[in-house]
Write a protein that binds this ligand. Structure first.
Ligand code: CP
Length: 351
């Protein structure tokens, strides 16, 4: 394993094995320990679950931890553009920042959300790609402009934990939100459920499609795993027989970068707030999932979040176990690559 940018870099069998290992760790299996290795965490966007679970994972695995934040008194404001004349707000180029961090740590995990201004720029995932290019150590994506693979892996293990069958109906539903949010989570949720072999329905109002490239990849993954992917705006049909309803808001590609136009576009969609009425009759036993944080009574009503179908807290806990499973594999790969290196190439962080 050379890093972890998106879940579909793993084949379905590898992903299934990591999800199983996550549940074994959750059940109390001892984690592998790597006291000679250092893990770097760089948060360029806010987080509760990802920060806390990565810190806890590092402690349980005896990894040396270096955690950095951007903004305020955090790391310098980074420049990403090649050839930039840096006489503005950026102080350090990612070429140096990534390369230097790569001398201090053996694995580097980064969170950097979409800028939300340019669709093409966000699709290129410039921060994650730059660190992959210049750090010289494996990079773990803790949510980039396009993908949130650690969330997806944890979600896979959560479906296993609740014994949701592989071919069950999985509804990824859009929900209203006051702001246009990035598509990293819905992209990752869709491809995860497709790769797991589920019958995935993307339920969204017209104008809220995910990128065609993401849908095409999900359809290919589903076909390979025996599942299906459909897209609809018909809520009743979508929810009929669902085993899981996974809510997430995301911004429209039609008005990407124009928050005012997007706000007007979604102004009539406030009824896209998941309530108990969504389930009655159509999907009485369906579980409710959300990656959190969630705006109560905006994205989902209290009655659902506080009711028996909600599994969001277990879902969040599984971030820890899934990331430990992932880091075990990654750290073992780093160690085995080191053992194959000539002595002079030994990485400074392991000295
Ligand atoms: N789901 C998730 O990534 O949570 P945080 O943004 O709090 O890390």
């Amino acid at each position: 394993m050379k890093g972890f940018y998106k879940l579909s870099e793993l084949d379905a069998q590898q992903a299934r094995r990591l999800a199983e290992r996550a549940l074994a760790l959750r059940a109390g299996a001892p984690a592998r320990r790597f006291p000679q290795l250092a893990l770097g965490l760089l948060f360029m966007s806010p987080s509760l679950r990802t920060q806390a679970s990565m810190q806890r994972a590092a402690a349980k695995m005896a990894l040396q931890l270096i955690q950095l934040q951007s903004g305020g008194n955090g790391v310098w404001n980074l420049e990403l553009s090649d050839g930039a004349v840096m006489d503005g707000t950026t102080v350090e180029h990612v070429r140096e920042a990534a390369a230097v961090l790569g001398r201090f740590v053996d694995m580097l995990a980064i969170r950097a959300f979409a800028g939300g201004q340019s669709l093409e720029e966000d699709w290129a995932d410039p921060v994650l790609r730059a660190f992959q290019q210049f750090a010289g150590v494996p990079i773990v994506n803790l949510e980039s402009a396009q993908w949130h693979p650690c969330q997806a892996l944890a979600d896979w293990s959560t479906l296993d934990l609740f014994r949701v069958p592989r071919r069950a109906k999985f509804v990824l539903t859009w929900a209203w939100h006051p702001k246009p949010l990035p598509q990293a989570v819905p992209n990752s949720t869709l491809t995860m459920a497709a790769q797991r072999g589920m019958d995935v329905v993307v339920l969204r109002p017209d104008g809220y499609d995910l990128r065609p490239e993401v849908l095409a990849e999900a359809r290919a993954l589903a076909a390979a795993s025996g599942g299906t992917v459909t897209v609809t705006s018909n809520r009743k049909e979508a929810l009929e027989g669902a085993s899981v309803v996974y809510a997430k808001s995301w911004g429209s590609l039609v008005h990407y970068g124009d928050a005012a136009a997007e706000g007007a576009f979604r102004s009539g969609l406030r009824d896209w707030c998941v309530s108990n009425a969504w389930f009655s009759g159509a999907a009485p036993d369906a579980k409710f999932m959300h990656c959190l944080p969630v705006r109560r009574n905006v994205v989902v009503r209290d009655e659902v979040l506080d009711g028996p179908r909600s599994i969001v807290i277990d879902q969040a806990e599984n971030r820890l176990h899934a990331q430990m499973a992932l880091l075990e594999e990654l750290a073992a790969s780093v160690e085995s690559a080191r053992r194959g290196s000539a002595p002079e190439a030994v990485h400074t962080a392991s000295l």
